[in-house]
Design a protein around this ligand. Structure first.
Ligand code: ADP
Ligand code: MG
Length: 343
């Protein structure tokens, strides 16, 4: 009998995560509005996998990454790491948890102190967490540098002496030195030249294999996550629109938004033609997201129901999730095409 894999081990479990940024105004600096940056997002990340998180700039990807590690306070929801709650921890417990969960920022230059030799920046977490003595910390920093393809003597140099690609390696070394289990990679290659991107992606892949790391890989472009992700979650305006195995997603994107993102990826083979889907209008503001499906004002297939009711992220096929009325039950009346006037 065929063995059914029922219990895939999840390392990270994000449930109904919400992050609203308050907007203050008036003389009394009262909260006058909320930026709904992340609005009820749930997903899990399996041990050793890379989950890609993709969507246009401003859709809430960084907010997901930062809130799930507790770097900024969340509004509601929960995050579990290996069955233990991550958010709302205090003191020692919070410190201990943070060791295992690291982040690499898009712009490592902004997160490195220009006055410190990079060895000191890399070792900062070790000192804060009082891991090892001075000599051991020194050795751990040296090892981290080596693991990202840099040399011992680089520890003594300052951030401005490095190229963009090298700085990003330093950012990775800083996360790696803590011996983490999970790393949020927040657009780690977006600021780099294409030729350098591949090198950094290869390093990340190699480190994942060597140390059994689990990644959340954030990118604004589907092409970047195509080679590194096992599964991909597509985000639109604070919500997950689609989540699927990378191969399935690239073979047949189900959500019209994923289809549009996919159509923007150039195909190297000139014999294959792909029609570029140009979305109408701009991304709406997360201050006041559209009613119903947030994507409906820009969707080429919008129906009556899409403007009225929000679709849930439901399993459309085994292990394939999509939040779209094209893939969910609705009445014939609700399925009538929606006429949208684009100003
Ligand atoms: P992404 O990483 O996908 O580009 P972000 O998570 O940075 O998106 O931002 C999501 C939304 O939240 C955007 O509309 C952004 O302007 C808003 N936002 C981000 N940080 C703050 C903040 N500190 N205060 C208010 N709004 C914010
Ligand atoms: Mg971002």
């Amino acid at each position: 009998m065929e063995e059914v894999k029922t219990n895939i081990e999840n390392l990270i479990e994000v449930k109904n995560l919400v992050k609203y940024y308050p907007v203050k105004g008036g003389v009394f600096r009262r909260v006058v509005a909320q930026v709904k940056a992340v609005d009820d997002v749930s997903f899990s990340i399996r041990k050793g996998e890379t989950l890609g998180l993709v969507g246009e700039s401003g859709c809430g990807k960084s907010t997901v990454g930062h809130t799930m590690l507790g770097l900024i306070p969340h509004t509601s929801g929960s995050v579990e790491y290996d069955g233990r709650s991550v958010l709302g921890l205090k003191g020692e417990e919070s410190k201990e948890m943070r060791r295992h969960l690291q982040i690499v920022f898009q712009d490592p230059y902004a997160s490195l102190d220009p006055r410190l030799p990079v060895g000191d920046s890399i070792g900062e977490g070790l000192r804060i967490h009082r891991i090892g003595d001075r000599q051991e910390q020194f050795e751990m920093v040296q090892r981290a540098l080596k693991n990202v393809g840099l040399e011992d003597y680089h520890a003594m140099r300052y951030p401005h002496e490095f190229s963009g690609g090298q700085r990003q390696r330093i950012g990775i070394a800083r996360a790696l030195v803590m011996n983490p289990k999970f790393i949020v990679l927040d657009e780690p290659v977006s600021a780099l030249d294409v030729s350098i991107q591949a090198q950094v992606l290869n390093i990340l892949k190699a480190l994942q294999n060597e140390f059994g790391l689990t990644y959340l890989f954030v990118a604004h472009n589907l092409a970047v996550v195509e080679h590194i992700s096992d599964r991909v979650a597509v985000m639109y305006l604070g919500k997950i629109a689609e989540l699927a195995d990378r191969k399935e997603l690239f073979k047949e994107p189900l959500h019209p938004y994923t289809q549009a993102l996919m159509s923007a990826i150039p195909i190297p083979d000139p014999r294959i033609k792909r029609e570029r889907i140009i979305l109408k209008g701009d991304v709406p503001s997360p201050l006041n997201p559209p009613k119903g499906c947030r994507f409906h004002p820009r969707c080429p297939y919008a129906m009556k129901v899409c403007a009225e009711r929000e679709p849930d992220l439901l399993e459309a096929a085994p292990d394939r999730f999509v939040a779209c009325w094209l893939h969910q039950e609705h009445s014939a009346e609700e399925g009538k095409p929606l006429e949208i006037s684009v100003a």
